[in-house]
Write a protein that binds this ligand. Structure first.
Ligand code: SF4
Length: 397
């Protein structure tokens, strides 16, 4: 167990509902289970309350309502969940509260309710500003619908809105990507995430590609698209603060920084994972089982150690022990994703020695290959290191 404690955490709230299932998506989300929504919200509130009790009402500094599609829920459910969060935890003043939303799911009235419930950041799943590609991705909205949704969020008073895009898609041409980047530039959102499509096993899209029904995504083209995005975002004045994320000044996702800094968080809802010092653990995946089990209440004691507390949560299915070596390796891997990299002093405080004490040879070798640099008390990836992130990260395990 390291020096971190559980008094200040982040909270992830999983919403497993989607109106339709996108063919590339392997998240723990489902279409056509809307009838479960009311009982699901009750179960979620019960889990939130229980965590608040078991951890003796810790401070929460970021909340992320993700999924799934939180905006697919009635806005009243978001109010119910947020009020449970405020009762069960000390929600830090100025806490970042993000909600994922799909264009077409919300209107001005719903946006007002989100704001009143305490949501102050919206992450809109746009994916592309090309109608043809949106259709091939199985998305329900049009490019114009996404633009309208973004403007509506800004007009409603959201100051921090993020747009998610995807590249490296089957059928996607460099010209299509350029015009998506043009549309993005016109909107100039405070935050942008761009993810390269990964063909996940068991998804319809993977099957279509395997059977030749759909062309295989071209990794070289995807790398060119990433480079084009990097140049464009730099010219627009964004900070490329994480491999797949860009932000205007002060608009970084504080919730995601928790993950990249390998800091503690609790995930609630089916399939949600959590990390408390020394342990990573996972809730069971089935929304139906989750609802059934959360009907039950559990006995708890504030004297219990971290593992005993986790074991008292009836929906936790798997607990992994995280020893110091693994925690250090994960801290290196996640931290090097950030443009600020790893602060040697922080690492030293957390693990009782600087990175060079544990990874001296590896760090020297990565530096000699031009993949890593040491600057202002921080270790960072070079531009080349970012392009070869996965090869660099594997060296710490
Ligand atoms: S809307 Fe998002 S979470 Fe739902 S199926 Fe599509 S990609 Fe997956």
């Amino acid at each position: 167990m390291t020096a971190q404690d559980t008094r200040r955490i982040s909270l992830y709230v999983h919403v497993p509902f989607c109106e339709t299932k996108c063919p590339y998506c392997d998240f723990n989300t489902y279409a056509r289970i809307e009838s479960l929504m009311p009982s699901y919200i009750k179960a979620l509130v019960a889990e939130i309350r229980l965590w608040g009790q078991l951890l003796s009402k810790p401070t929460v500094h970021t909340v992320f309502l993700g999924g799934g599609t939180p905006s697919y829920l009635p806005a009243e459910d978001i109010e119910t969940v947020m009020s449970a969060v405020q009762d069960a935890f000390e929600l830090e003043s100025g806490a970042e509260v993000t909600m994922e939303a799909n264009p077409g799911d919300f209107d001005a009235g719903k946006l007002k309710q989100y704001l009143a419930a305490g949501v102050n950041r919206l992450s809109i799943g746009v994916q592309s500003f090309d109608d043809d590609l949106l259709q091939k991705l199985g998305r329900r909205h049009s490019a114009q619908g996404a633009i309208d949704a973004y403007r509506m969020a800004i007009d409603a008073g959201f100051e921090n809105v993020s747009i998610d895009l995807m590249y490296g898609l089957p059928y996607q041409s460099p010209e299509q990507w350029e015009s998506t980047l043009d549309a993005l530039s016109n909107l100039n959102p405070p935050h942008v995430s761009m993810y390269c499509l990964t063909l996940e096993g068991g998804t319809p899209m993977e099957r279509w590609v395997k059977s030749g029904q759909m062309p295989e995504p071209d990794p070289d083209l995807a790398a060119d698209m990433y480079l084009a995005a990097q140049e464009r975002m730099k010219a627009q004045g964004y900070r490329h603060y994480e491999i797949s994320n860009w932000a205007g000044v002060g608009m970084e996702s504080r919730h995601n920084l928790t993950y990249w800094r390998n800091q503690p968080y609790i995930g609630v809802g089916p399939g949600a994972h959590s990390y408390l010092p020394g342990y990573r653990f996972f809730n069971l995946k089935s929304p139906r089982d989750y609802i059934d089990i959360m009907q039950a209440t559990v006995d708890h004691s504030s004297e219990a150690g971290t593992k005993e507390i986790i074991q008292k949560m009836p929906v936790v299915e798997t607990i992994e022990d995280i020893d110091k070596d693994l925690e250090m390796a994960e801290t290196m891997m996640m931290g090097l994703r950030l443009d600020t990299g790893i602060e040697v002093r922080d690492f030293n405080e957390r693990f009782g020695g600087p990175p060079s004490a544990y990874y001296g040879e590896t760090l020297d070798e990565l530096a000699s290959l031009g993949l890593l640099m040491s600057e202002d008390g921080c270790l960072r990836l070079t531009h080349r290191g970012r392009m070869m992130g996965n090869q660099v990260f594997s060296r710490f395990f």
